[in-house]
Structure formats: structure tokens, C-alpha cells
Design a protein around this ligand. Sequence first.
Ligand SMILES: Nc1ncnc2c1ncn2[C@@H]1O[C@H](COP(=O)(O)OP(=O)(O)OP(=O)(O)O)[C@@H](O)[C@H]1O
Ligand SMILES: [Mg+2]
Length: 234
Amino acid sequence: MLSVEHLDLFHGDARALDDVSLEVPDGAIVAIVGANGAGKTSLIRTIAGMHRPAGGRITFRGVDIAGWPSHKVCNLGIGQVAEGRQVFPSLTVLENLEMGAMLPRAKALRRRQLERVYALFPIMAERASQAAGTLSGGQQQMLAIGRCLMGAPELVMFDEPSLGLSPTVVQDVLRTIRDLNAEGLTCVLVEQNVAVSLKLASRAYVLENGRITLSGTGAELLADDRVRQAYLGL
Ligand SMILES: Nc1ncnc2c1ncn2[C@@H]1O[C@H](COP(=O)(O)OP(=O)(O)OP(=O)(O)O)[C@@H](O)[C@H]1O
Ligand SMILES: [Mg+2]
């Protein structure tokens, strides 16, 4: 579905991605594992059209989207749940959700997607007229996921969706991602909870200093001594 080939990215003079290649098959959960500063967010933001790569190809369903502006990437069906729950705090829950349906591809589906989001997160229906900034951290993360789904994406890239949430809410968020995937949503998952993300993932990549150093099935990486030492503390 998504194929990244030999992607290079610089932030000023600093190289953030170095010859990164990866494959995201239709229907998969693909995990990206790496330390702080490895380039995970840079990779997601480059695919999403927020950074312009210095070289390489990003193809989605056969279309080369490298260098496209983010609104065009979104409108192809690539959604993103950004690091740090980017909801609009002074807008209501419903207004936040409606922002997600402003893409041309999603306008006609607005009502159906809203029903789907409310079915997934009943609390969002209960709190529809509440200001998003007054939701709890876990509720804000659900809203951020719901807003992304309002755009009717086929692929969603989740950047640290459980960061800063309590253990039970972390479980809720990860279960939601698993359920969405079971319904057919293709997912890219960056998650500090490395063991859980590798268990969920059919395929996984290790990113170190902007380079892919290891890849395999989630189970293979979970059993790999280098991964166990560096990311699982075993
Ligand atoms: N907009 C930017 N301008 C300059 N440097 C940047 C920018 N964004 C990221 N960087 C740098 O690029 C490198 C990779 O950062 P990135 O945010 O992609 O890492 P990450 O793997 O997501 O880390 P974390 O786990 O801490 O979120 C870091 O050295 C960071 O300081
Ligand atoms: Mg990051």
C-alpha cells in the first residue's frame, strides 16, 4: 500500500533520515521502533507531506507522493495522529471532529464517519458540546484518533499514541488501534511501549540515527537479542 524507498531528509544541515526504505502492506500494522531522536516523527511527518525529502520515493497505491503538500496527502487517504494529542482546545468535541471531515474525500461521508466515531468512543457523543481542552488526557487522545477517522483514511500513522497516559488508558488506546486494524485500517505505529507494539505488528523496523538497522516480523524483532537489550531492557 505504502512504499518508502531510499528516503533522505535534512533538518538544516543535520541529516534526520538516511536512505530509509520500508513497506507497509495493505491491512498491516507496521511498527517503527527507535530511541529518542532516532527520526521516527521526522519519518511520519515526511510521509505526511510536512517535511520535503532531499531524495527518495514515497509511493501510496502506486502514486509517488514525495514532496506533495500535506492536504493532498491527507486527501489520498493517509491520516496521522500526531505526537502530543493535537486537539483544538477551545473548540468543542464535535467541532474538532468536524474539522477532520473537511477533506474533499470525507465531506460526503461526514455523517457516517461521525456515527462510526461515536460508536467507537461513546464518551465523545456524551461530551460533544464540551470544549476539547477540558477533556482528560485519554479522552483527548480518543478525540485525536476520532478526528483523524473523520477524514476516512485508509492508512493511519500513529505517533506515540499512549504517551503520558495511565496504564489502563494505554491499554484502551492500543486495543482501539487493534480493533481499527481488524476492521481493515492499515496502521503505522510508533510507540514507546515497544513490547506491545511488536506484539501488535505484523512487520517492524528499527530506526537508529535516521537509518533502518533491523527489520522483520514483530515476533522476530521481539525475539532479537539486540532489540531485547536496547528497547526492552531484557
Ligand atoms: N523541525 C526540526 N528542525 C530541526 N531539527 C529537527 C526538527 N525536527 C526534528 N529535528 C531533529 O531531528 C532528529 C530526529 O527527531 P525526531 O523528532 O524525528 O525523532 P523521534 O525518533 O521522533 O524522537 P522521540 O522519540 O523523542 O519523539 C532529532 O535530532 C531532532 O532534534
Ligand atoms: Mg517523535
